[in-house]
Design a protein around this ligand. Structure first.
Ligand code: F1X
Length: 325
């Protein structure tokens, strides 16, 4: 069975973005005038990025987000081969800025997006539930626009129970806290916090998690104990941890030259889903997550990797519980 038959990934991006990336020739200096080497713009947002990765890996994917059908944001994605389901928007797609420095340091300045009403959210939810009926995975990803209640993702997770789809959530701040507060009744099949997001609700500290991934795994276990199927914790250059009811694993990435970290977390999440739809073991899913995340960090702007950009053979996975590969 080919990947295209094996699984369909439907993504929801409630707050999509035109990602403008500016590349500096030297370090960023606050308050100075600096010349840029280049400026690029790409249609982005976390769910959109995951659909891009799915499309280039040959998986069927559909992207649901608010935008006018004639918006160049939509035409860019459709001409890249992504099936789009735009719902009525509250305003223009926002512009997010990424500043990249020669050593790979990436500074993100994200706009709030247009303020939505409950009618906008209802339209978006209806579009999602319609597409989710035939999905293997539904991914709810990114921030919520102003006007959306923090608990909206938790409500969607519960609404998606009426489908056969597995649900993954990758968000931050208020919506993440509201989801955690709604466990176990709104437990998704997968959550993908990074170290600082994990620390924001279980305590601990991101640097400590990167120095000792067993600490990150222990923190993530609190979510699994509250009903979350699997927790993928991305740890930047320290790789990622995967925690399920059956165990915990840590993977270290191949050596790379970091160019832009934008989209690395989305690519990691996609790598996990790819491993899942291929029927991979937890270690194989984690390997693909880290291979995709590190490939994304080695590419400019919000460029999302395809399979040929990844090096899964160079990812080293160890079981944290048993201390062996
Ligand atoms: O403001 P949010 O929704 O949290 O994140 C949006 C964003 O930073 O996420 C993607 C990278 O993960 C980018 O394409 C996009 O600009």
């Amino acid at each position: 069975m080919s990947d295209r038959q094996a699984g369909k990934i439907v993504t929801l991006t409630p707050n999509p973005s035109n990602d403008r990336t500016v590349t500096l020739a030297g370090p960023l200096v606050r308050g100075a005038v600096q010349r840029l080497l280049s400026v690029t713009i790409q249609a982005g947002g976390k769910g959109v990025n995951i659909s891009r990765a799915a499309m280039s890996a040959g998986l069927e994917t559909e992207a649901v987000f608010p935008a006018r059908p004639e918006d160049p944001f939509v035409t860019e994605l459709e001409s890249a081969g992504i099936r789009c389901y735009p719902a009525p928007p509250a305003g223009d797609v926002r512009i997010n800025l990424a500043i990249t420095e020669p050593d790979g340091t990436t500074t993100k300045l994200n706009s709030p997006g247009a303020t939505v009403t409950s009618a906008h959210l209802d339209d978006l939810a209806a579009a999602l539930l319609d597409r989710a009926a035939s999905a293997t995975w539904v991914v709810l990803a990114g921030s919520l626009p102003p006007g959306a209640p923090d608990a909206w993702y938790a409500e969607l997770v519960q609404a998606l129970r009426s489908t056969q789809a597995q649900v993954a959530v990758d968000t931050s701040e208020g919506p993440l806290s509201a989801l955690v507060a709604a466990l176990p009744s709104a437990a998704p099949d997968l959550m993908k916090p990074n170290g600082s997001e994990l620390a924001s609700f279980v305590g601990g500290d991101e640097d400590a998690y990167e120095a000792d991934p067993a600490l990150a795994a222990a923190a993530a276990r609190q979510l699994v104990d509250k009903g979350v199927g699997a927790v993928l914790v991305t740890l930047g250059g320290a790789g990622a941890c995967l925690v399920t009811a059956d165990g915990a694993w840590h993977a270290t990435p191949p050596p790379i030259q970091v160019v832009s970290t934008v989209g690395a977390g989305d690519s990691s999440l996609f790598g996990y889903l790819l491993g899942d739809v291929r029927g991979g073991s937890p270690a194989e899913r984690l390997t693909l997550a880290v291979a995709y995340g590190s490939a994304a960090a080695s590419l400019p702007g919000t460029t999302i990797p395809g399979p040929s950009d990844t090096s899964p053979g160079q990812v080293l996975v160890k079981s944290i519980t048993q201390g062996q590969s």
